[in-house]
Every structure is written in C-alpha cells, then in structure tokens.
Write a protein that binds this ligand. Sequence first.
Ligand SMILES: [Zn+2]
Length: 178
Amino acid sequence: MLTDPLPGTLDVRKAASRGATVRGMLKPLDLPRFRDLLAADEGVVEAVLTLSRDEEGRYLVQVVTDSEVTVTCQRCLQPMPAQLHTDSTLAVVWTDEQARHLPAWLDPVIVAEEEYSLRELVEDELILALPPFSYHEQADCNTVLADLTAEPEADEPPKKSNPFDVLAQLKPGDTHQE
Ligand SMILES: [Zn+2]
C-alpha cells in the first residue's frame, strides 16, 4: 500500500530520460473533476507513472491506477463501492504538430509547460475509466426491497362515467317490491 502523496508536477523530459517511476496516493478531493462524478469524498487512488523514451525518441508515460471509491447506483440511487483499474501508455508531446505525427496506437498527452501536472493526467485517466452508469449486484441493490413495498403506479387514465349507469339507476322495477 502506497502512503506518500503523488508529487504535483514533474519535469517530463528529465524524468523520461532517466526512466523514472513516480508513485503516490491521491484522495478524491485532490481530483475535483473526478470527485464530481462520485457519491462520496472517501476513497483512495493509487497511481504509478513510469516514464521512458522509446527507440524513436518519443517520451512515453505509462499510467497505472487502482482506486476504491464510492459511486451512485443508478437503479436505487444509493451509494455503492466501486473499484477502478486503469493501465495506459501515452506519448508526451508539447505541440499539436507533434501529436499529429504520433502513430495511431499512441494517444498523446499535450504538455503546455515544462512542469506537467501529474494529477491532471491521473484525473483524466480516472474520468475516462469510470463507467457512465454503475449498478449494485441485483442481490445487493436496495431496489429489490423497495419493489416489494412499492405502490402500483396510478398512471391509468381516469374512468369515464358510463351514461348507461345513469339509465340503470333510473330504470323502474329496480325498487324493492313487497
Ligand atoms: Zn442499487
């Protein structure tokens, strides 16, 4: 288990040239855009970033994350635990032009400044990896209980009164006869 926080920024060129590995922990509150998609502040994100240069001289960063967070079950709208694992290798580039020259299998990370925010990178990976909809396992879902007690929905149109009902009431011979 990692305990040190992930460093905020990194000089990618230097780190890649010496093949550095950077690892650390983050909390959902460290990643506000990701936190917005979660149901609670609690949780932990472990990130391991390995920097390298390939034979073509490209700067690569492999981002591996393991997270335990809380999301909302879209069936019962209650919180539920979620585990995320991501593993992707991206090419670090500094201009759009460089990004266009990458092979199709290599996604770019465009770094505007020399010092790149590792948290942004990890946050983007987490947002991409988070399923758009999460559901409890059927047995754990609170909707199962709710369904048993739910009132049937009153969505039938109101019944129109039948004019013959009125006639029937007026019909003679309907009264008690001794
Ligand atoms: Zn549920």
